[in-house]
Design a protein around this ligand. Structure first.
Ligand code: ADP
Ligand code: PHD
Length: 443
């Protein structure tokens, strides 16, 4: 079995869905397709959910009509003839969706709203494939994507649930299912967080012990820096699991942060490919280390730095343990840590429980908080043994760096900068580390 994930732009128009069809028919054997919502739809659903929560029914209804029209137009473009049955079903799906909105507001209603885009996109693609003679079975992801614990999905359990469910469905060479959706510990619909269809693909890849996972997107692989901010980036032909995991966790938008973790133990390779230029090589992510030294740079926004200053207690044993317990109690992960004789600074990327954390930390010293920071992550196998780092520190002469994490792993150096300096830092590092002429890296 191969798992093929197609992202929002790949299912975003009739032309791109025709590319998807050509890609899928060019691959032999059993294929499990994981599809995202059409590009832009989940953003609209977020707005609909917000309007709904604020009782702005007129605004919510206008947006629903907009995305309904977008999907009906897609049906018209893909299947110009004999489409009335399919349009009726799309209309029915939208009626069911509007019913969700009428129900009492709850966290669950929000997740059901956000995951609706995947329900319609998979239905339309399945009908289109059928009309094109590609026999396929549409699977409801909520029947088997039981992921109560986002940090550590039980892929064996997902595999067992999928096996049971498949017994109730017609067998096919092509299966189609929704990305992004999961059921949580209360067995209610929830999401895998934004961009989560990549994570669906690797959870399912591990669950069925796939021979490989292909993630089809709108760019020719993993680039060595963020192409939205930096010019003259280039795709990398290979990344190790560790390199890809660090880059995704520290912000590279092309992959959901947790994409890599489910497949490492089973050693299932992931290929990143471009739906619009399928012949391009793309990036392979595997357990092999094909080259050492500097590979890529990424950035993660929304970081908060917290400093705890205490000239009495820092060196006392058990002090760090008590600090970490505060974060543990409030289920908040720590990203970076630096210590000095009298202070510890650490960062978090989730401010949901910030107030409660600060309240608890007060007992341990004087607290300073800085929001709106970004972690810049420089990654490569054996990076810090390869003498690249002297050049890294030259760049930092011109950029105010709040924290540096060096030596936690030999594959990664992380810097914390104010978000207003992020783009400048990415470009300066690109120029210096990849030896690009300085005028060329500026967008
Ligand atoms: N290092 C990187 N390499 C490639 N693309 C990146 C990188 N960092 C950010 N991106 C952005 O990620 C986008 C693809 O991710 P995404 O929009 O989530 O795709 P999809 O909708 O297919 O899931 C690219 O268009 C690119 O702008
Ligand atoms: N549609 C969801 C899930 C997803 O992964 O989308 P994409 O593959 O387009 O990033 C989102 O926008 O978050």
């Amino acid at each position: 079995m191969k798992v093929l994930k197609f992202g929002g732009t790949s299912v975003g128009s009739a032309a791109s869905i025709r590319n998807v069809k050509n890609i899928v028919t060019g691959i032999e054997g059993e294929r499990l397709l994981v599809l995202s919502a059409m590009s832009g739809v989940t953003n609209h659903l977020v707005q609909i959910s917000d309007h709904f929560r604020n009782n702005q029914i007129t605004e919510a209804t206008r947006l629903i009509e907009e995305i309904k029209y977008k999907h009906l137009k897609l049906v018209e473009d893909l299947l110009p003839n004999d489409n009335s049955r399919i349009k009726e079903q799309v209309n029915r799906l939208f009626e069911q969706f509007t019913d969700i909105l009428r129900q009492e507001s709850s966290e669950n209603a929000e997740a059901r709203i956000l995951t609706f885009g995947e329900s319609v996109s998979t239905y339309i693609v399945s009908e289109y494939f059928e009309a094109e003679g590609i026999n396929n079975t549409l699977l409801e992801a909520k029947k088997f994507m039981q992921v109560p614990n986002l940090e550590n999905p039980d892929t064996d359990r997902v595999g067992r649930l999928l096996d049971q469910y498949l017994k109730t469905k017609p067998t096919a060479q092509v299966y189609i299912t929704q990305g992004f959706v999961r059921t949580d510990k209360f067995n209610r619909i929830n999401t895998l967080k934004r961009g989560g269809s990549d994570f669906t693909a690797t959870i399912l890849g591990a669950a069925v012990n796939a021979e490989e996972i292909q993630i089809w997107t709108d760019i020719d692989g993993f680039h060595n820096n963020d192409p939205r901010y930096v010019e003259h980036t280039h795709p990398l032909s290979h990344l190790s699991f560790e390199e890809a995991a660090e880059l995704a966790y520290f912000g590279a938008k092309i992959l959901h942060p947790q994409t890599v973790s489910p497949v490492i133990d089973r050693n299932i390779p992931i290929y990143l490919k471009n739906t619009f230029t399928p012949e391009a090589q793309g990036t392979m992510i595997s357990n092999q280390v094909k080259s050492r030294g500097l590979k890529a740079i990424s950035a993660k926004d929304g970081i908060t730095a917290i400093k705890i200053k205490s000239n009495r207690m820092l060196m006392a044993h058990g002090f760090l343990k008590r600090i970490f317990e505060v974060f543990d109690t409030h289920e908040t992960a720590i990203d970076m840590i630096t210590t000095s004789e009298i202070a510890i600074s650490l960062t978090i990327d989730e401010n949901r429980n910030l107030e409660a954390i600060l309240e608890n930390l007060k007992a341990y010293g004087e607290i300073t908080v800085e929001t709106d920071h970004s972690i810049i992550c420089v990654v490569g196998e054996g990076l810090i043994e390869e003498n690249n780092t002297a050049r890294l520190f030259e760049v930092l002469q011109d950029i105010p760096v709040r924290m540096i994490s060096y030596g936690g792993s030999i594959n990664n150096v992380s810097l914390l900068v104010a978000t207003e300096n992020k783009v400048k830092t990415l470009r300066a590092l690109h120029t210096k580390l990849f030896k690009i002429p300085s005028h060329a890296a500026m967008a």
